[in-house]
Design a protein around this ligand. Structure first.
Ligand code: 4AD
Ligand code: MG
Length: 461
């Protein structure tokens, strides 16, 4: 059988010829003497219409087939100039490949996204999730293409690590210990020397530290893999398991970093619009009106950039009522981030030079000694989509920061050593892959852009 995708992409090759397709029934309606089936085989977003009539030897069975039955169809592809679809198959033979029970949960009527999360194993068969996950696949490819075309080396950083890359303590432990019988030191601390790795280990929160090591060997590298955060944030934007893209560039400062992030975002959005036009049109009509026009504008304009201090001034001057009072030194909350990107700039905006006390230990201290060379990219609808910085390359300053933050220098010995041997200035950032998918599809919950999401209190599938 041929793919429905090929029929849509190269219909001239198949018109007025006998062809065979196989797929699942999306809809079926029939009258006494003829009927219509919309078939989808997963290779293309649109369904292919099949018409059949009572000359089919098994007409009475076909007419009653439940939705989601798998069938194969032999027939002639004909043009239908008056219809919504440009062509259809006039069936000569329809056979059942796999039956479907009548209680199939995804009947034609619309379902809420909340309900569809409870059937995560079936939801990719519907339009919305079919579109989301094809876009997700294309976006992943686009990321690799962007970096590979620019000579970046793809580094596989470890999933299980001994370090806390963000120093924020939001890690999932990895252990072979039986929780009912954990060996303890005399001081009642867990004795990890008897554990599998002989030390305390966790799932990675970021591949950045290892990426830095490789950037200082390859100049330009990137990671793209799963990361894990045990944040107790039950929001539409946080997942416990998410994918992150982390480029790291040597001989580069924050401005180079920002430029790279902007180019990458623009490439990613254009790539997906070009390669998934049907899916993007669907999002534009049913999920987020005006999406395509907005994304096109973003691709064609420069991203804004303001300092954290400027952002605080903007917030303090605004007439908006914020839940969290605005004050220099505070971390920006989602409401502040959204106000700045949605109301003030109405587009992507970088915020740079944050107070050092609210940012990670590895960010480069600015000359004012109060702020660090950090950058967050905020976008309307999502908020923070990228977090990055120029890294502290000065060993003494970095050691001081680690101590100030109450972290142990020993835990970071190899990271510190990078500064001793040609530790040139370098910078990088992390793009939350799911947040990028939310941004380009208009989907508003992270649970709806991950096939089987892992969030607080939920790991059913
Ligand atoms: O800002 P974050 O924590 O930065 C880092 O991890 C750095 N090590 C990155 C780097 O400089 N190489 O995370 C980066 C991005 C965020 O901007 C956000 O898009 C996403 O990762 N992110 C999450 N996405 C979903 N669920 C979560 N719990 C996330 N936490 C961060
Ligand atoms: Mg961040």
């Amino acid at each position: 059988a041929i793919d429905i995708r090929d029929i849509f992409k190269e219909s001239e090759k198949y018109l007025n010829k006998e062809i065979e397709i196989e797929g699942w029934i999306r809809t079926l309606r029939s009258s006494k003497r003829f009927g219509f089936i919309e078939v989808n085989d997963g290779t293309f977003f649109a369904n292919l219409q099949v018409v059949f009539d009572e000359t089919l030897q098994n007409f009475p069975e076909v007419e009653k087939l439940p939705i989601s039955s798998a069938i194969s169809v032999k027939g002639t592809l004909v043009e239908t100039p008056e219809a919504k679809q440009p062509f259809e198959i006039q069936a000569k033979e329809i056979s059942l490949l796999a039956p479907s029970d009548r209680d199939y949960p995804l009947q034609k009527k619309r379902h809420t996204f909340e309900y569809l999360r409870t059937i995560a194993h079936l939801r990719p068969r519907g339009n919305t999730f079919n579109a989301v996950f094809r876009v997700r696949s294309l976006a992943a490819y686009a990321i690799h293409k962007f970096f590979q075309d620019r000579g970046f080396v793809y580094v596989h950083t470890p999933i299980i690590t001994g370090s806390d890359a963000e120093g924020a303590g939001e890690m999932f432990r990895v252990t072979t210990f039986d929780l009912t019988n954990v060996p303890l030191h005399e001081n009642n601390q867990v004795d990890y020397t008897e554990d599998f790795f002989g030390r305390e280990t966790n799932l990675t929160v970021s591949g950045q530290l290892e990426a830095e090591a490789y950037a200082l060997a390859f100049k330009r590298v990137y990671t793209f893999g799963p990361t894990f955060r045990a944040e107790n944030s039950n929001t539409p934007r946080h997942a416990a398991e998410f994918w992150m893209i982390e480029p790291e560039i040597a001989f580069a400062d924050l401005t180079d970093n920002r430029k790279l992030a902007e180019d990458m975002m623009k490439f990613l959005l254009s790539y997906v619009m070009e390669k998934a036009p049907e899916e993007m049109k669907f999002f534009n009509s049913f999920i987020d009106k005006g999406l395509i026009e907005r994304l096109e504008n973003i691709v064609n304009s420069d991203f804004e950039c303001i300092t954290y201090t400027e952002a605080i001034n903007l917030l303090q001057k605004s007439k908006e009522q914020f839940q969290f009072p605005v004050k220099w030194g505070m971390d920006l909350q989602t409401e502040h981030e959204r106000y700045i990107s949605e109301k003030v700039f109405k587009g992507p905006v970088f915020i740079i030079d944050y107070p050092k006390d609210i940012k990670a230990f590895y960010m480069r201290l600015n000359d004012d000694e109060n702020t660090v060379a950090a950058m967050d990219l905020l976008v309307p609808g999502v908020g923070e989509i990228i977090g990055g910085s120029q890294r502290e390359e000065r060993l003494d300053v970095l050691e001081k920061r680690i101590e100030e933050m109450g972290m142990k220098k020993d835990d970071y010995w190899w990271y510190l050593e990078l500064r001793k041997y040609g530790g040139v200035k370098h910078a990088g950032y992390g793009l939350g892959f799911e947040r990028a998918i939310m941004y380009m599809t208009g989907m508003s919950n992270i649970r709806d852009v991950i096939p089987f999401p892992r969030t607080v209190g939920s790991a059913e599938f």
